[in-house]
Design a protein around this ligand. Structure first.
Ligand code: F6R
Length: 260
């Protein structure tokens, strides 16, 4: 794991944007995995700016999102379809036909999850997957106790996650219980993972995921087994890391050819 500790979330998001921009410039037909939630919003703002000001071209990019709520109409303002449209897709030149988000209204959920996995495979696999982390250690919506080898499937949200996401719905009671999410095995197949975490609320989950044992009780800890996982955190999210000094030193002393 590479842990990049920045004094504020904006500079961490900017590094993530530069990593994605470099990928898209080197391989215009890149496959990108996107996350939703509050965490990656500044990252998407940076990508939009790079598109507008530097001509960063998304026209040949394919996108797969991590998750969607079951039973929520894509037009619902809290759906991840709406989120992606509002916060990124409508503001860059991505081809709508190349964007994929799990179908929360699928009649046959297992078949639609299998089809999602097949689409990722047919696209050649995901080059970079953006991830946030839940305060309970989830990535995607793989809640604690998720199989470390899981694939795209239906999951039930924990009480904590429904509380954390209440703001998007105007009340905890309105947050759906069920979601479709890429599995931990699906995420582990991506060629690079970019995990972003900001604020004190994420400090414990980050410490457990980065420095604790690999366990299904902290699903993000599986990233310790990923050959190319980058964790971008601000001071608050890093505040429970035991080896913060070391991570900071490593980043500040990277050889030039390794810099982002
Ligand atoms: C979103 C997702 C979730 C969020 C996580 C953090 O697509 O898969 O894992 O990344 O719940 O959410 P925020 O960023 O709102 O704190």
């Amino acid at each position: 794991m590479e842990i990049i500790l920045q004094s504020d979330s904006l500079s961490a998001n900017y590094i993530a944007a530069r990593i994605i921009a470099r990928q898209v410039r080197q391989k215009p037909e890149s496959v990108l995995g996107f996350a939703t939630g509050l965490t990656p919003l500044p990252l998407y703002q940076f990508l939009i700016k790079m598109h507008r000001n530097e001509g960063l071209d998304f026209s040949r990019v394919t996108a797969f999102n991590l998750d969607e709520y079951v039973g929520l109409d894509p037009a619902h303002p809290a759906s991840y379809h709406s989120y992606m449209q509002d916060n990124l897709f409508a503001k860059i030149n991505i081809d709508k036909h190349r964007t994929h988000i799990p179908d929360g209204l699928a009649r046959d959920i297992p078949a639609s999850c299998l089809a999602y996995e097949e689409k990722i495979l047919a696209a050649g696999g995901i080059d970079i997957q953006v991830l946030g982390i839940g305060s309970d250690g989830h990535i995607g919506f793989n809640e604690p106790s998720s199989s470390l080898a899981s694939r795209t499937r239906i999951k039930t949200l924990t009480v904590q996650t429904r509380k954390d996401n209440a703001g998007f719905f105007g009340g905890e009671d309105k947050v759906p219980h069920h979601v479709i999410t890429m599995g931990l095995g699906t995420i582990m197949d991506c060629r690079m993972c970019l995990l972003l975490a900001f604020g004190k609320k994420k400090a414990r989950a980050i410490a457990q995921a980065v420095e604790g044992p690999v366990t299904a009780m902290v699903p993000a800890s599986i990233l310790q087994m990923h050959p190319r996982a980058i964790v971008l955190v601000d001071e608050d999210a890093a505040s429970e890391l035991q080896r913060a000094f070391y991570y900071r030193w490593v980043y500040d002393n990277k050889p030039d050819w390794q810099k982002y």
